[in-house]
Ligand binder design. Structure first.
Ligand code: SD4
Length: 291
């Protein structure tokens, strides 16, 4: 028998999963849980890949991507959002208050301000220093350091058995201005199908988009695969491409199905998933392809 509720998230984000669990225990649904959980990382200035304090693009602009998807299949997303810390909450407002799914750039920011979000400078002193150091040797190549990732993707299965998910990131550090990754793209960085399960991705977004990774994982689960087997096959789609350059980038998936089974898998070592279930909030090291 499955013990509900369950929360999982990419990387080591125990404070975020604890917040999500607190929301669920207090009677909140899965959508409230993933939003509130993701907000913890967005507000954490020390995390340099999400929300405030996120590392900027190569010109020094912090631009955020986020999305959310609920148990009814509704979704909302913001891309290239500037000056608003809680991108995931703006994505939720797009889902709930507009007839659209995605808002980008200036339009997303104007919408957020109209909704009552306070604009602020997201480039912290620490991230500015890190960027300035990078600029000294900046060789305008995409930086694909496998340690340079900790986008938060979070999936929750609430006590009613409903699933929601959210994803939020400042994207790849020192990306080209205007670049958008997988995280706000429904089906790539996140996908939820309340009849089957859900998946979230982290890592080099371009590779996730090319294989529509999260949708793929959910469809594999629909065909009967466990969350673990589905994540492994989706990583296989990336690494088994002819001429795949997978040795030079990381991608990781987490997934949950309707029965509360979970899985995670990545290309390289050191990916992890945080899981909170039955009173235990733990970091689980992911198995990986490149051994
Ligand atoms: C992106 N997938 O923008 C994100 C980056 C990431 O952990 O996952 N970092 O491509």
């Amino acid at each position: 028998k499955v013990i509900l509720p369950v929360v999982i998230a990419t990387w080591n984000v125990k404070k975020a999963t604890a917040k999500a669990m607190e929301v669920l225990q207090a009677g909140g649904d899965a959508t409230d849980a993933v939003e509130q959980g993701c907000k913890i990382e967005e507000a954490n200035e020390k995390g340099q890949t999400v929300g405030k304090g996120g590392l900027p693009d190569r010109d020094g602009n912090v631009t955020l991507d986020a999305c959310i998807m609920d148990q009814h299949g509704n979704c909302g997303s913001v891309v290239y959002l500037q000056n608003i810390t809680h991108a995931v909450s703006v994505a939720r407002k797009v889902m709930e208050e507009t007839p659209h799914v995605m808002l980008a750039g200036e339009g997303a920011k104007e919408f957020a301000i109209l909704q009552g979000f306070e604009p602020e400078d997201l480039l912290t002193e620490a991230s500015k220093k890190t960027w300035e150091k990078w600029k000294v040797e900046a060789n305008y190549e995409p930086i694909i350091n496998i340690e340079n990732h900790d986008t938060i993707g979070m999936l929750a299965l609430d006590k009613n058995g409903d699933i929601s998910g959210a994803c939020t990131t400042s994207g790849l550090a020192y990306k080209m201005p205007g670049r958008v990754g997988d995280s706000p793209i429904i089906g790539s960085g996140l996908f939820v199908d309340n009849e089957i399960g859900a998946c979230a991705a982290t890592g080099l977004g371009e590779e996730v988009i090319k294989t529509v990774g999260s949708f793929l994982v959910v469809e594999l689960m629909r065909q009967g695969k466990s969350p673990q087997a589905a994540c492994e096959e989706a990583i296989g789609r990336i690494v088994n491409k002819p001429h795949s350059d997978y040795k030079n980038f990381q991608v990781g998936y987490i997934a949950i199905n309707k029965s509360g089974e979970t899985g995670c898998y990545s290309i390289h070592q050191y990916f992890s998933m945080t899981k909170f279930q039955d009173g235990i909030n733990e970091q689980i090291q992911s198995d990986y392809f490149n051994k």
